[in-house]
Write a protein that binds this ligand. Structure first.
Ligand code: ZN
Length: 316
């Protein structure tokens, strides 16, 4: 086995189990797949990790239950997932799931009406990033008004229920951490709201699972000193960011770096799951130059044309 840097991977919804299966097979060839407990021991009890890789799944999408759980059982690998106990209990969607497919101009118009700020320079084509500059209360208000004015019903639930969370936890392979209640961009929130979103998510998740919540992921990767202090007070041991970086015992345990998967449309992923799994592995291995290909338009062509592919074929 080659010596590879320890790594933690960020994943979200998994719509193509064949793709994940490829990734797991490749990872198992090259890494020891470790649990989040192993990471805690690494940081707190000085227990070293070699060629270690940990898989994290953010948001608690239903595809975890349908596609990920059978695969991790098949491969017997531990993973962790970060969810909202409120979303699970009420069986509903996060704001960013609810606005998918919304008419951007209408959403823009409603946003203008609610925030009542004509001076803001926003583009109706990019409402999701703009909404990320607002407080969660305002975002939820915008969605409510959009649904009312356009007669749009809430989307069918896309996330795991409370019962499913209990079931995945009982598999013994899944550790579940908190991810706030409503997925706000924490740095936009008031002290009161940030504290509420974090503390309640930890308390409610502990109650559902009947055990202490020890791990946390910041929504959208945004945090500050204030968020770290709230987590410390609540007894959280590890909190993960989405910043890329080297895993080392010197990491701040409240902003541990992770290697991420860039957003690639499901159509590309489904057309070329094998190529995509290779690409993701390169990203995981910290090949920054491939990150550019993967995140830019036409990355697939650049990637396939790149002669370096040969080198990695050997690796895979
Ligand atoms: Zn998230």
């Amino acid at each position: 086995m080659k010596i590879l840097p320890n790594t933690i991977i960020t994943l979200h919804e998994i719509n193509d189990p064949r793709w994940l299966n490829n990734v797991i097979i490749s990872l198992k060839k090259n890494y020891n797949i470790v649990s989040v407990d192993n990471l805690e021991n690494y940081y707190y009890n000085n227990i070293d990790l070699k060629n270690a890789c940990h898989l994290t799944f953010d948001d608690g999408d239903l595809s975890f239950y349908n596609n990920v759980l059978p695969l991790i059982k098949k491969h017997k690998i531990p993973v962790s997932t970060y969810v909202s106990p409120l979303i699970a209990r009420e069986n509903r969607n996060f704001w960013f799931q609810e606005i998918r497919g919304y008419n951007q101009e209408k959403l823009f118009e409603i946003t203008q009406k609610i925030i009542n700020d004509k001076n803001r320079n926003i583009q109706p084509v990019a409402m999701n990033p703009f909404l990320k500059t607002l407080q969660i209360e305002t975002i939820l208000e915008i969605i409510k008004l959009y649904q009312k004015e356009t007669n749009t019903p809430p989307k069918p639930p896309m996330n795991m229920t409370k019962k499913q969370l209990i079931e995945i936890k009982s598999s013994g392979l899944v550790e579940i951490g908190a991810h706030t209640l409503n997925h706000p961009i924490l740095i936009n929130e008031s002290d009161e709201s940030a504290t509420y979103e974090i503390e309640k998510s930890i308390d409610q998740l502990s109650e559902i699972l009947n055990c202490d919540t020890r791990y946390f992921v910041y929504p959208n990767g945004d945090y500050g000193e204030r968020e770290i202090n709230i987590l410390k007070k609540k007894g959280i041991k590890l909190a993960f960011s989405i910043k890329r970086g080297k895993i080392s015992q010197l990491n701040n345990t409240y902003c541990i770096p992770r290697s991420g998967s860039p957003f690639v449309s499901p159509s590309i992923r489904n057309r070329s799951p094998y190529i995509y799994s290779k690409c993701i592995l390169m990203l995981i291995l910290g090949e920054e130059k491939y990150y550019h290909y993967a995140t830019s338009k036409g990355w697939l062509t650049s990637f396939i044309n790149n002669i370096q592919l040969k080198t990695y074929e050997r690796f895979l």
